[in-house]
Design a binder for this molecule. Structure first.
Ligand code: AMP
Ligand code: MN
Ligand code: MN
Ligand code: MN
Length: 277
C-alpha cells in the first residue's frame, strides 16, 4: 500500500526544517507520496517538488489556508493546486497580511502577563515576519523556560481566553474554497476534530463547505486523537466526502505523531488521492 502524507509544514511557515529536509524526513519514514502544505504560503513548493523528485517520491502541491468561520479559526487544505495561479497567490498574500500586526499585539498582551520581549523573541524563530505564527511565540516561551513544551504554551497563553490570545479575522470559507478550486485543486477541511463546534455547527460547516465545492476532509491526522479516526471516517462517508491523511508535521520532536507512527486510512473511506497515483 502506498504511504501517503498530505499535510506537512516547513520553515516557510511554522515548521523548522527546509522543504527539502522535510522531504528527506518523510522519505526516510517510508512516505511514497507527499504534500507540503505550509500555512497561507506556497513559497516552498518549488523546492519541495524538486526534492521529492530527487528522492523518487510522488509530490502534491498544497497549502493550508486560515479562515474564520462562525467566529472560530478553521484550516482548509488545498491539494493538487497550481501554486502559480494568480488569484490564489493574491488571496494568500491578503490572508498573510495582518500576521505581523497580530504578532506585535500578542507580544504586548504577553508583556502584560509578565513575559516581556516575546515579539522580538518570536522574531528569532521566523524567517519572514509576514508569516509570524503563534507557534513561533510558543517556541520562544519554551526556550525561555516559561513552559515545558508548545502544547503547554498554547494551553496557558495562546488559546482563546488566555492572556496572549489576540482574535484575528482570516479569509472566509467561500474565499478559501474558491481560491483552491480556481487553482485546479481539491479543498479539504483540515483536522475537523480539533474545532470546538457543536455537532450541529459542524454539520453546518460540512454542508456549506460541500455547497461551495469542497470535496474532502482529513480523517487520519496527527491533529486527531486515534478515537477520532473512525468518527471522521464515518462522517466522510455520510457526507460523501473523500478522506485525507497527513501527519501535520512541524518539527522533529515537536510532533504529536511522527511519520512512521500514523496509521493508514480506514478501509471504509475513499482516499482523496484515489485517482492521483
Ligand atoms: P496561527 O496560525 O498563528 O494562529 O497559529 C496556529 C498554529 O499553531 C497551528 O498551525 C499549529 O501549528 C499551532 N497550534 C495550534 N494549537 C496548538 C496546540 N494546542 N499545541 C501545539 N500547537 C498548536
Ligand atoms: Mn502550524
Ligand atoms: Mn492546521
Ligand atoms: Mn497544519
Amino acid at each position: 500500500m502506498l504511504k501517503v502524507d498530505l499535510h506537512c509544514h516547513s520553515n516557510v511557515s511554522d515548521g523548522v526544517l527546509t522543504p527539502a529536509a522535510v522531504a528527506r524526513h518523510a522519505r526516510q519514514a517510508g512516505v511514497d507520496a507527499w504534500a507540503l502544505t505550509d500555512h497561507d504560503e506556497v513559497g516552498g513548493i518549488a523546492a519541495a517538488r524538486a526534492a521529492a523528485a530527487g528522492l523518487g517520491m510522488k509530490f502534491v502541491a498544497g497549502v493550508e489556508i486560515s479562515i474564520t468561520w462562525s467566529g472560530e479559526t478553521v484550516h482548509i487544505v488545498g491539494l493538487n493546486i497550481d501554486e502559480n495561479d494568480a488569484a490564489l497567490v493574491r488571496g494568500l498574500a491578503a490572508t498573510r497580511e495582518g500576521r505581523d500586526a497580530r504578532g506585535r499585539e500578542i507580544g504586548e498582551q504577553l508583556a502584560k502577563a509578565g513575559i516581556p520581549g516575546a515579539y522580538e523573541g518570536a522574531l528569532e524563530f521566523v524567517d519572514n515576519p509576514a508569516l509570524m505564527s503563534r507557534t513561533h511565540f510558543a517556541r520562544y516561551l519554551v526556550q525561555q523556560g516559561y513552559c515545558a513544551n508548545t502544547p503547554e504554551v498554547f494551553r496557558k497563553y495562546l488559546s482563546e481566553g488566555k492572556p496572549g490570545y489576540v482574535p484575528h479575522r482570516w479569509a472566509s470559507l467561500e474565499e478559501a474554497v474558491g481560491w483552491i478550486s480556481g487553482a485546479g485543486g481539491v479543498a479539504v477541511i483540515a483536522h475537523p476534530g480539533r474545532y470546538r463546534f457543536s455537532q450541529l455547527q459542524q454539520g453546518v460547516l460540512f454542508d456549506q463547505f460541500k455547497e461551495l465545492g469542497g470535496t474532502a476532509i482529513e480523517v487520519v491526522t496527527g491533529s486527531h486523537t486515534p478515537d477520532q479516526y473512525p468518527v471522521y471516517a464515518q462522517l466522510a462517508n455520510a457526507y460523501g466526502f473523500l478522506a485525507s491523511r497527513g501527519t501535520d508535521f512541524h518539527a522533529p520532536g515537536e510532533a504529536r505523531v511522527d511519520f512512521a507512527a500514523l496509521p493508514p486510512l480506514p478501509a471504509s473511506v475513499t482516499p482523496v488521492w484515489h485517482d492521483w497515483f
